[in-house]
Design a protein around this ligand. Structure first.
Ligand SMILES: *[C@@H]1O[C@H](CO)[C@@H](O)[C@H](O)[C@H]1NC(C)=O
Ligand SMILES: *[C@@H]1O[C@H](CO)[C@@H](O)[C@H](O)[C@H]1NC(C)=O
Length: 372
């Protein structure tokens, strides 16, 4: 009678074992279906000080890496005999830490997918064929030829489609060389006017001193065509660009007001890099007509969205000038832009004041690179 009973016992034990195995497999399957990655690091809360934590760690074969940052009683434990990355939480003698009465709480660390929210110079970015592209250090820092502090996330903006497409910009200055091979493609005669000459051609006046190159330079920085084998790449290389020639002559309130009011429903952005004397003793601003032009622009321009007036805040830094004394940059209707040098310093011409809304790179000391 005893023999069959023993056999029955063995069968029962075998059945139990199989059931246990089955349950274990189920557990493993359930855990791994979450597709998590378990590390061999634990966060453990033990009160009573680091020595106590060390003791608890040693008891189960962990190494105590110390307090977690500023979290009191929280320790970072590491177990070198647990798989570094596992699809499921493997149990073993180390697991008993979770049941230890000295442990308030313990958690095996799981890898959390985290994505950087900014795209720094995408290595897949195909460089432009414009010959000066490689010198445009303020747009691509990570190339081996240019070490700089920030590339201002310009390429990331481009990748998201912000290239100036469908935006019309005009430069209020000494004219624009619209036939320039790097500007011709984006030039827009409807965003242009010659206030000085009272006609529709804003071509600058050429003289032996080459005095009227400023407007063309500004236009290039904004909207020079990209990948056309010429010169540079504009920051908004798909924008349409015009020029309003108004600085090459006597500037009056009327001239300024006229210039700020050219086709307000057509032009989105008016960019100006001029103002009253930066000698540190002049306090001046827009006259009666220009004040009205600003107000009209922001109320009615862009078909009611408001014209955007962008203003350079310089250039009287050396003279101790202050852009609050300049009624154009400090106007609530303008967006004032300041500058930083390649090394992240204030350039000598910088004027500081509370109306500055943004800063971009520009030239600095003689040993610092300039804007192309
Ligand atoms: C620039 O143009 C070349 C052809 O001349 C082309 O192979 C390249 O992909 C273009 N680069 C970009 C960034 O579009
Ligand atoms: C990177 O450095 C090498 C060696 O100094 C140089 O030949 C190459 O032109 C550089 N690349 C760029 C994109 O400037």
């Amino acid at each position: 009678m005893t023999a069959p009973l023993t056999e029955l016992k063995i069968r029962l034990i075998a059945l139990l074992l199989r059931m246990t195995l089955f349950l274990l497999l189920m557990l493993v399957t359930v855990e791994s279906s979450r597709s998590e990655v378990y590390t061999n690091h634990w966060a453990v809360r033990v009160s009573g000080g680091p020595q106590r934590a060390d003791r608890v760690a040693a008891k189960y074969g962990y190494i105590n890496f110390g307090q977690i940052g500023s979290l009191e009683d929280h320790y970072h434990f590491h177990h070198s005999r647990v798989v570094r990355r596992a699809a499921f939480s493997l149990k073993g003698p180390h697991s008993f830490i979770h049941m230890d009465p000295e442990v308030d709480w313990a958690q095996q660390q799981v890898v959390k997918p985290r994505v950087k929210r900014f795209a720094q110079s995408d290595p897949s970015f195909i460089p432009f064929n414009d010959p000066k592209w490689s010198n445009m250090w303020y747009i691509h820092c990570s190339d081996n030829n240019s070490q700089c502090r920030s590339e201002m996330n310009i390429q990331a903006a481009w990748q998201r489609g912000y290239t100036g497409k469908n935006v019309v910009v005009t430069i209020l200055d000494d004219g624009i060389e619209w036939s320039h091979p790097d500007l011709a493609q984006n030039y827009d005669h409807l965003a242009s006017y010659d206030v000085n000459g009272n006609d529709h051609d804003p071509t600058p006046r050429y003289d032996f001193r080459n005095a009227n190159v400023h407007g063309t330079r500004c236009a290039g920085e904004v909207a020079a065509a990209a990948n056309n084998s010429h010169c540079i790449v504009g920051i908004a290389y798909n924008a349409r660009i015009g020029g309003i020639r108004m600085l090459d002559g006597e500037v009056t309130d009327l001239v300024e007001a006229k210039s700020l009011g050219v086709r307000p429903d057509y032009i989105d952005i008016y960019s100006a890099s001029w103002g009253p004397k930066d000698d540190g003793k002049t306090v001046d601003g827009p006259g009666q007509l220009t004040k009205q032009a600003f107000e009209q622009g922001i109320k009615k321009g862009r078909k009611g969205l408001g014209s955007i007036f962008v203003w350079a805040s310089g250039n009287g830094g050396r003279q101790g000038d202050h852009c609050s004394c300049d009624g154009y940059t400090s106007s609530i209707y303008t967006i004032s832009i300041s500058s930083a040098t390649e090394n992240g310093n204030k350039p000598w011409y910088l004027e500081a004041c509370s109306s500055i809304l943004a800063t971009t790179y520009s030239s600095g000391e003689f040993n610092e690179r300039k804007i192309v």
